[in-house]
Design a protein around this ligand. Sequence first.
Ligand code: ADP
Ligand code: MP5
Length: 271
Amino acid sequence: MKHVLTIAGSDTCGGAGIQADLKTFSAHGTYGMSVITAVTVQNTQGVFGCQDISPEIIRGQIDAIYSDIKVSGVKIGMVSQIETIHAIADKLEEHHATNIVVDPVMISKSGFDLMQPDAKDTLIRRLIPLAYVVTPNLPEAEVITGMKINDLSSMEEAARKIFAMGAKNVLIKGGHLEDDATDLLFDGEKIITLHSDRIATKNTHGTGCTLSSAIAANLAKGKSVEEAVCIAKAYITVAIEHSLSIGKGVGPTNHFYELYNKAGIWEEIKD
Ligand SMILES: Nc1ncnc2c1ncn2[C@@H]1O[C@H](COP(=O)(O)OP(=O)(O)O)[C@@H](O)[C@H]1O
Ligand SMILES: Cc1ncc(COP(=O)(O)O)c(N)n1
């Protein structure tokens, strides 16, 4: 069994962040571990507070894992402060971490700043070059590139710009497009589009977290980037199709493994 690490924030209600990542790792038959960067006060209706974990404790958590356990894939999610980003980048470089998926989380669906705006340049300078895959949604890709993105051709242009910043592969997510939920992958040579019809649901809490952890789990299992992203797209689509109306607001994705069996993608994700 492969071991996969998430470096991200805690979401009290279990829909996004560390909790979504660990559920996704388990559903893929991998062993999940976590380095917590911040604890949010959060439910399906919003984020009501946040306590950052000190850089010292973040560095300690990363050392605790890498000094003891082989890590085959890493997902990075919420990193709210400049010092948090330096602590993570320093330690991942020191431990020669591989298969790093960076989800540049900035603002929650409910509108809370999960990354302080002044940390943007540090994220670009320190984390994007470490990324084997970086997975911005449209607003995040706009902040990173400074351009307007609203269709496939501007998604392609943005992917090329972010590739030039040092990421080995760029996946621009189309969850915020007006029409279909089409994502676009650029591997430095070719563009691949991953299409899904838009599912009519309000329950999309943690979709980006789920997708990036599914990519990390699949890379850890030895899949190519193209395979990992395609399987992760199939996974998130089923997870949204069966999303849960838990709470009064935006409900979470569903990681119950029987669903994947029924949807016919269990054969793909179980290996
Ligand atoms: N309503 C939807 N129907 C189908 N797929 C969706 C829907 N919303 C998001 N997705 C997919 O979920 C994944 C996460 O995308 P997105 O919601 O843009 O990320 P984030 O959570 O970072 O904002 C992408 O693969 C996207 O295409
Ligand atoms: C701890 C944490 N990490 C990430 C997200 C982003 O998820 P979403 O975009 O669905 O709000 C979140 N809400 N909370």
